[in-house]
Design a protein around this ligand. Structure first.
Ligand code: SAM
Length: 291
């Protein structure tokens, strides 16, 4: 039986044999703790009948653990130098495919349709490169991929913002953007010591269970998010103030007050106290003013 990739010794061996040097610009912090990797795989809820799409396999540490637990794994890696390494480290796993591609440019939907025909469900998994965590998550979520959920290792602070509830300091437009698509749960915090090289900040495992329908109704999705972003533009300002300065205009003050009243929301409240449902009512009330 081969040794796990994700031990400090085997990782060092692989990196030395291939004379690999990390690229900070690609967010390369590899996991060297098999227990943490198993926790990520546990959090996916995937089984031998399921498939996984992996973002950024690195030298294959997480890919290997996914391969042991699922029927099929397809991974997307941007760094050409890692492709021959992955061919080597993942050689024992014939049900793993690696694409040399930027996940932000890949046609993930077609790949799922082609590669994952014989699996029950598909999960997206990744120890995401920190420099581009939010664009990757948002771009995949907005493509409405045929997947059941996302399980990702990301910066702890970003996980806190994504999973935040109304009225907390972390709650903001990112919480709403993600929670519009999924139920978000922070699974556990992970110390920097389980990575090589060590990042500057702690991380967390985040699980997103996709919703079949958005949790709220909106008059128009883009407009809803414009209202949300405007309401959070200056966190210390009231809703009325933010909506006047960042969405409509001072001259529409009275109409905004009326719309807030119609939505049953006090104009002196701050954006961070509004639930997604309240933002929904507000966007319906403001929509006629905007068009
Ligand atoms: N999964 C490995 C692990 O846990 O040890 C590596 C994780 S490392 C944090 C992130 C990986 O994503 C790196 O291998 C990096 O080259 C790759 N990567 C960075 N940007 C990417 C992108 N846009 N598309 C695909 N892979 C990317």
């Amino acid at each position: 039986m081969t040794k796990d990739i994700a031990t400090p010794i085997r990782t060092r061996e692989i990196l030395n044999n291939h004379k690999f040097s990390f690229k900070k610009s690609l967010g390369q912090n590899f996991l060297i703790d098999v227990n943490i990797l198993r926790k990520i795989v546990d959090a996916t809820g995937l089984t031998q009948e399921d498939g996984a799409i992996e973002v950024g396999p690195g030298i294959g540490a997480l890919t290997e653990q996914l391969a042991k637990r699922t029927k099929k794994v397809t991974a997307f890696e941007i760094d050409q130098r890692l492709i021959p390494i992955l061919q080597d480290t993942l050689a024992p796993y014939s049900h793993v495919a690696v694409h040399h591609q930027d996940i932000l440019k890949a046609d993930v939907k077609s790949v799922i349709e082609n590669d994952m025909q014989d699996v029950r469900r598909v999960g997206v998994v990744g120890n995401l490169p920190y420099y581009v965590t939010t664009p990757i998550l948002m771009s995949l979520l907005e493509q409405d991929l045929p997947v059941s959920g996302y399980t990702v290792m990301i910066q702890k602070e970003v996980a806190d913002r994504i999973a935040a509830k109304p009225g907390t300091k972390d709650y903001g437009s990112l919480s709403i953007a993600v929670q519009y698509h999924a139920k978000a749960k922070k699974v556990m915090t992970v110390p920097k010591t389980v990575f090589v090289p060590q990042p500057n900040v702690d991380s967390a495992i985040l699980h997103l269970e996709l919703l079949e329908e958005p949790p709220i109704k909106v008059p128009d999705k883009d407009f809803y998010f414009q209202v949300v972003r405007a309401s959070f533009a200056q966190r210390r300002k009231t809703l009325l103030n933010n909506l006047q300065h960042n969405l409509l205009g001072k001259e529409q003050k009275q109409e905004i007050i009326q719309a807030l009243e119609e939505a049953g929301i006090d104009s002196q409240r701050r954006g961070e106290t509004l639930s997604m449902e309240e933002f929904s009512r507000l966007s319906f009330a403001l929509y006629p003013l905007y068009n």
